[in-house]
Design a protein around this ligand. Structure first.
Ligand code: ATP
Ligand code: MG
Length: 610
C-alpha cells in the first residue's frame, strides 16, 4: 500500500501539537485504520484499478452546506482538515452536505470550491500518475441512505411516526423529564416498511409522518430519544431534481457520508458533541447489518472560531447582503473568504492565523488583532512600499526655479521598494521605485500647522523638514486659503544639495521627514478606508440585534494621490503605503476606466485595543 502524493504542499513536521494531532498520531501508531479491506472511497478510481484500495493513512473531510458563502470560521475548519491530511500523508475530501434541498444553490457551490482553492488547498491526489478527485456530495449517496433506512426498519431499529409535530415535541420530554413512547413505536417492521415506501412514493403530505430511529425515549441525551432520520419534503434538489420527495436528516446523512468515503477522523465543531452517540449508534447498526464495515469513522469535536467584531453565521451574513448593509458577499468589510480576499488578506496570512489560534476543546474569543497581526507578518516582507497622500494639500517650493534653473524642472528620486531587511538573501537588484520631485508636491494636510502645537515637528513657518526620499525644505508659511479660511496652499523653500542618498544629505538637519507625492507624476486614486463593521466586540452575543451594532463609519472614501509605482499596480496587488498601513488594489474596480482604487487592509499597528 502506498500513500498518495497530495497536491497540498509536501508534508511538514507539525509545528504545534494539539489533541487532534495526538489522536491521529496514536491511530497511526496503532494502525487503527491500516487493516481495512474496504473497496476504497468513491474517488479512488486509480487505486481501485490497481487493486490497492484504501490508500490514505488518514482521511478527513470538509463538509459545508452550500447555503451561503464561507467565512473566516470555515477557514479555520478548512485549514485544520486539509492541513491535517497534508501533514500526515492523508487525503481531505471536499464534500457538499446538500441534504436540505430548499436552501442550496450552485452559486454557493462554486464560491465554496473557489474559496478552498484560494486558501491553498486541493482535494485532488495522484496515484500511478493519475489524478483522483475527492470531490463529493451527500446527495450522491441518497440511494444508499434509503437502503440503509429500509435495513434499519427491517432490523427493528426504525419506525414511521405519525404523531403531529407538536405531539412529538411534547413527548420528547426535556433535560429533567424522560420522553414518552410514541403510540406508533410498536408497529411491526412490515408495517413500517410499507409506510416508509408510501412516504417515498409520495402518498403522504409533507410533514404527515417521519421515519425515526428506535433507540431510547428515556435517554439522558435528548438526541438519542428516537431522532428523526427521514422527512417528507416536496422540493426540487439542485442535484437530484424531483427524484425524491423524502430527504434524510443531516444527523443521519452525515455519518453515512463519512463511512462511505472511508473518512477516518470526522472533525466538527463542539455543538455536535451531543450527536456523537447517535453517530456511533447508527454506524454500529449498519456495520452489524453488513452495510458497512468496522472500524467505522470516529467523530471529534473542536471549539469553533469566535472572532471579536465579527459575525460568523451564514444566515446573519446573508441578511447583511440582502438588506444592503454591505455591497455584497465580497464587500471588503465582510468576514467571508471572498470579502477577506477583496480586503487584501492573503491565503498565507489566513493559514498562519489558523495555525496560531490552535485547536482546543473549549470555546473562547479570539481578538481581531490576531488576524491583522498575521497579515502584517505576511506582508511585511512582501508588500512593496510606496507613498500616498490621503488628505492632500498643495506645497509649493517657491525658489525651485532659482535653484534648478527652471520652474518646470523635475528630478528623479529613487527609493527601495522593500526595506533591506525584507530582501530575500542575494536578491539583486533590490526592487526600486522611481518618482519625481518638482516645484509642486502634495503633502498631508495634517503635516502643516500655521501655529504649531507644542512639540510639533512637521511643517510650520520657519521649520525645516525633509520630503522623504527627496530634498530638505524650509517652510515659509501659508500660500493661500479658501473663503472658509482653510489652507489650500503651503509655501516652502527647497535647500540645494540635500537630496536623500547624495553626499549632501546630512548637510542640513531636518526635524522630521514627511511623506509626499509629486504633482507632476502623482496619480489621483480613490482610497477606501475600511474600519470594523460592528461597534461591539460581540455583536450578536446575548440575543442582541446585531444590526444595531453596525458601525456607521465603517467606510470612508477619500480622493488621494499616489506615486506612479502604486498607480501601476495590478488588481489584487498589495502595498505598504508608508506611514498608513497595508493597502490593496481593489480586485474589482482598480483599473476600470483607468481609475486607481485601493482598499485599506489594516494600519501599521494594532489599533483595536483603543
Ligand atoms: P453557519 O452557522 O455559518 O451556517 P455552519 O456550521 O452551518 O455555519 P457548515 O456549512 O455546516 O456551516 O460548515 C461546514 C464546516 O465548517 C462544519 O464542519 C463546521 O463545523 C465548520 N464551521 C462552521 N463555522 C465554524 C466556525 N466559526 N469555526 C470553526 N469551524 C466552523
Ligand atoms: Mg451547518
Amino acid at each position: 500500500m502506498s500513500a498518495p502524493t497530495d497536491k497540498n504542499t509536501a508534508a511538514e513536521a507539525p509545528k504545534v501539537s494539539n489533541f487532534l494531532r495526538q489522536i491521529i498520531e496514536n491511530d497511526l501508531e496503532k494502525g487503527t485504520y491500516a487493516t481495512r479491506r474496504w473497496a476504497g472511497s468513491p474517488g479512488d478510481a486509480a487505486h481501485q484499478a490497481a487493486g490497492q484500495p484504501d490508500p490514505a493513512k488518514i482521511r478527513t473531510r470538509f463538509p459545508p452546506e452550500p447555503n451561503g458563502y464561507l467565512h473566516v470560521g470555515h477557514a479555520k475548519s478548512i485549514c485544520l482538515n486539509f492541513g491535517l491530511a497534508r501533514d500526515y500523508g492523508g487525503v481531505c475530501h471536499m464534500r457538499f452536505d446538500d441534504t436540505n434541498p430548499e436552501k442550496e444553490d450552485t452559486e454557493y457551490v462554486n464560491s465554496i470550491l473557489d474559496a478552498v482553492q484560494w486558501l491553498g488547498f486541493s482535494w485532488d491526489s495522484t496515484f500511478n500518475g493519475q489524478t483522483e478527485h475527492h470531490l463529493y456530495q451527500a446527495s450522491d449517496y441518497f440511494d444508499f441512505m434509503y437502503r440503509a433506512a429500509e435495513y434499519l426498519i427491517e432490523a427493528g431499529h426504525a419506525y414511521v411516526d405519525e404523531q403531529t409535530a407538536e405531539e412529538m415535541r411534547a413527548n420528547r420530554g426535556d433535560f429533567g423529564k424522560p420522553g414518552v413512547d410514541s403510540p406508533f413505536r410498536t408497529r411491526s417492521p412490515a408495517e413500517n416498511l410499507a409506510r416508509f415506501r408510501e412516504m417515498r412514493d409520495g402518498l403522504h403530505e409533507d410533514g404527515a409522518m417521519v421515519l425515526r430511529a428506535k433507540i431510547d425515549m428515556a435517554s439522558p441525551n435528548i438526541n438519542m430519544r428516537d431522532p428523526a432520520i427521514y422527512r417528507i419534503r416536496r422540493a426540487t434538489h439542485h442535484n437530484t431534481g424531483d427524484k425524491w420527495c423524502i430527504y434524510p436528516m443531516y444527523t443521519y446523512a452525515h455519518p453515512i457520508e463519512d463511512a462511505l468515503e472511508q473518512i477516518t477522523h470526522s472533525i466538527c465543531t463542539l455543538e455536535f458533541e451531543d450527536q456523537r452517540p447517535f453517530y456511533d449508534w447508527l454506524l454500529d447498526r449498519l456495520c452489524e447489518g453488513g452495510l458497512l464495515e468496522q472500524p467505522h469513522p470516529r467523530q471529534y469535536e473542536f471549539a469553533r472560531l469566535n472572532l471579536t467584531y465579527v459575525i460568523t453565521s451564514k444566515r446573519k451574513l446573508a441578511q447583511l447582503v440582502y438588506d444592503q448593509k454591505v455591497s455584497g458577499w465580497d464587500d471588503p468589510r465582510m468576514p467571508t473568504i471572498v470579502g477577506l480576499r477583496r480586503r487584501g488578506y492573503t491565503p498565507e496570512a489566513i493559514q498562519l492565523f489558523a495555525e496560531r489560534i490552535g485547536v482546543t476543546k473549549s470555546d473562547s474569543w479570539i481578538d481581531y488583532s490576531t488576524l491583522e497581526g498575521c497579515l502584517r507578518e505576511d506582508l511585511e516582507n512582501k508588500a512593496h512600499r510606496g507613498m500616498a497622500v490621503l488628505d492632500p494639500v498643495k506645497l509649493v517650493l517657491t525658489n525651485w526655479g532659482e535653484v534648478f534653473g527652471s520652474d518646470a524642472y523635475l528630478e528623479d528620486c529613487i527609493q527601495p521598494a522593500l526595506p533591506h531587511s525584507a530582501l530575500a538573501e542575494g536578491q539583486t537588484p533590490p526592487p526600486e521605485r522611481v518618482f519625481k520631485i518638482g516645484r509642486e508636491v502634495w503633502i498631508e494636510r495634517e503635516d502643516f500647522e500655521e501655529v504649531p502645537p507644542k512639540g510639533y515637528k512637521r511643517l510650520f513657518p520657519g521649520n525645516i523638514v525633509r520630503l522623504k526620499g527627496g530634498y530638505v525644505i524650509e517652510c515659509t508659511g501659508v500660500g493661500a486659503k479658501d473663503a472658509n479660511g482653510r489652507v489650500t496652499e503651503v509655501h516652502a523653500k527647497v535647500i540645494a544639495d540635500t537630496k536623500s542618498g547624495t553626499p549632501g544629505a546630512d548637510r542640513v538637519k531636518a526635524k522630521a521627514a514627511i511623506t509626499w507625492v509629486g504633482v507632476a507624476d502623482g496619480v489621483q486614486a480613490e482610497v477606501r478606508l475600511y474600519d470594523r463593521l460592528f461597534k461591539d466586540a460581540q455583536p450578536d452575543a446575548g440575543g442582541k440585534d446585531f444590526l444595531e451594532s453596525l458601525n456607521p463609519d465603517s467606510l470612508k472614501v477619500v480622493t488621494a494621490y499616489v506615486e506612479p509605482s502604486l498607480a501601476a499596480a495590478r488588481p489584487d496587488e498589495k502595498f505598504q503605503f508608508e506611514r498608513f498601513g497595508y493597502f490593496v488594489a481593489d480586485r474589482q474596480d482598480h483599473g476600470v476606466g483607468g481609475k486607481a482604487v485601493f482598499n485599506r487592509v489594516t494600519g501599521l499597528k494594532d489599533s483595536w485595543g483603543k
